[in-house]
Ligand binder design. Structure first.
Ligand code: GDP
Ligand code: IMO
Ligand code: MG
Length: 422
């Protein structure tokens, strides 16, 4: 049996979807345990190209059962749409996808509040996905959340929703927003519940029996370690923990059952939204700026780009107990004559580490770079480590040394097969 957590080692979008799709072949269970549809995981395999927000990325293997744990917040409309997209692609979801009734729901007022808070903060805004994630987790923490368990019972749902709509409309109107209609939400969410009812099943028995039967679990983290509210660049983070420890509460898996932690890291760094990105390439005349920028899966915004930051990845792999690295997007670096790697920072004249600094201080930290020569060759066809040019091999080895965790997989393209296992 293996219980493997696949985590993002940077600010999200490291290629977790690709890694899960590659690693899930032998999985009996693939499970999401944190976040919500702020996540956007891209999977490109023989069945097509998919951008998924809630359904675990293991859904493409018929033998895998896919669980969405109670730690995930759910926007039911997004989940219904996703199930429809999968069905249209002839991927079976019935009796394979199970959603915890403990999962809290994202309601229309969460999305409105997300936008209003962002607007009110102006230049200090987090740059959220505006999917209502922060307000939904805030309601969970302040005992104001609504779960599937509640929607299942008309009377309980009407009561709880009535209280919340009255509360939320006061805040919404005070901030200049338009109030929501409790009746409309009630009708819509009861309809969503009816559609999703076959999928809403307590997932704990799968976990408990699966662990006893020594099944293989692949646990799919959303976001990245640096978006964690405690250890990330607060307040430029997401609404609930993104560390590997979230798997414990989010699914009911005891920590000692976890035997592997795969850290997915991009061969450079990207970040979408606000907050410090020390290695960001800010000079618009530098061709590297455009080369390392990407388009975000969930919001279509530009992902800011920068060089690989070994200090960040060293910290996030340590704090999460990573046992291996799945390094992605090495092919993107093939276009450079020279590639930079940040090995640490200088702040106020001193050498400091990530954990020494607040987000505001990190924004003014100066990365200490090591420059290496690029390989300038197409590597997308490489399937063995030895197929890579010597300088690409050295780049991987340098990362491994600086981070202190072995790189077990190198991804050289977005497709499932564009993967090197060492
Ligand atoms: P996730 O949120 O961690 O699953 O990552 P995203 O799907 O949001 O973003 C990763 C992007 O990189 C997607 O467009 C993937 O298709 C793409 N991708 C993943 N691995 C590779 C790779 O090795 N090479 C290239 N060129 N693209 C990759
Ligand atoms: P995946 O799983 C990248 C970022 C947002 C914003 C901050 C807070 O695809 O890696 P939120 O909507 O969560 O309140 O936004 O977190 N963010 C992500 N960035 N990938 C993600 O998920 C993200 N999920 C949230 O851009 O900066
Ligand atoms: Mg993503």
């Amino acid at each position: 049996m293996t219980v493997t957590i696949v985590m993002g080692a940077q600010w999200g979008d490291e290629g977790k979807g690709k890694a899960i799709d590659y690693l899930a072949r032998d999985a009996d269970f693939v499970a999401r345990f944190n976040g919500g549809n702020n996540a956007g995981h891209t999977v490109i395999n023989p069945l097509g190209e998919f951008k998924i927000h809630l359904v675990p990325s293991g859904i493409f293997y018929p033998r895998a059962r896919c669980l969405i744990g109670g730690g995930v917040v759910i926007d039911p409309r997004v989940l219904i749409e996703e199930i429809e997209i999968l069905r249209a692609a002839k991927i079976r979801v019935a009796k394979r996808l199970f959603v915890s009734p403990r999962a809290h729901l994202i309601l229309p007022y969460h999305k409105i509040l997300d936008g209003l808070y962002e607007q009110a903060k102006g230049a200090g805004a987090t740059g959220t996905t505006r999917r209502g994630i922060g307000p939904a987790f805030a309601d969970k923490a302040s005992y104001n959340g609504i779960r599937w368990h509640d929607v299942a019972d008309e009377k309980i749902f009407a009561e709880k929703l009535g209280v919340q709509v009255a509360l939320k409309n006061k805040i919404i109107t005070a901030l200049g927003g338009a109030p929501v209609s409790g009746d409309e939400i009630f009708a819509d969410y009861r309809k969503y519940y009816a559609t999703l009812k076959p999928f809403i099943v307590e997932v704990y028995p799968f976990i408990a029996k699966g662990l006893r039967a020594k099944k293989n679990f692949l646990l799919e983290q959303a976001q990245g370690a640096l978006l964690d509210p405690d250890w990330g660049t607060y307040p430029f983070v997401t609404g609930a923990t993104t560390l590997t420890s979230a798997a414990t509460a989010g699914l009911g898996i005891p920590p000692r059952a976890v035997n592997r932690v795969v850290a997915v890291a991009k061969a450079y760094t990207t970040r979408v939204g606000g907050g410090p990105l020390p290695t960001e390439i800010l000079d618009a005349s530098d061709p590297a700026q455009h080369a390392l920028q990407e388009v975000a899966v969930t919001t279509g915004r530009i992902r800011r780009g920068g060089w690989f930051d070994a200090e960040i990845v060293r910290f996030s792999t340590q704090v999460n107990g990573a046992t291996e690295i799945f390094l992605t997007k090495l092919d993107i670096l093939s276009q450079f004559d020279e590639i930079k790697i940040a090995t640490g920072y200088r702040w106020n004249g001193k050498r400091v580490g990530y954990a020494d600094l607040s987000a505001e201080q990190l924004a003014h930290a100066e990365p200490v770079y090591r420059a290496v020569r690029g390989w300038r060759a197409d590597i997308t066809g490489a399937r063995q480590f030895a197929d890579l040019p010597a300088r690409a091999q050295q780049y991987v080895e340098t990362i491994e040394k600086l981070v202190g965790v072995p790189v077990k997989w190198v991804s050289v393209g977005p497709e499932r097969e564009a993967t090197i296992k060492r």
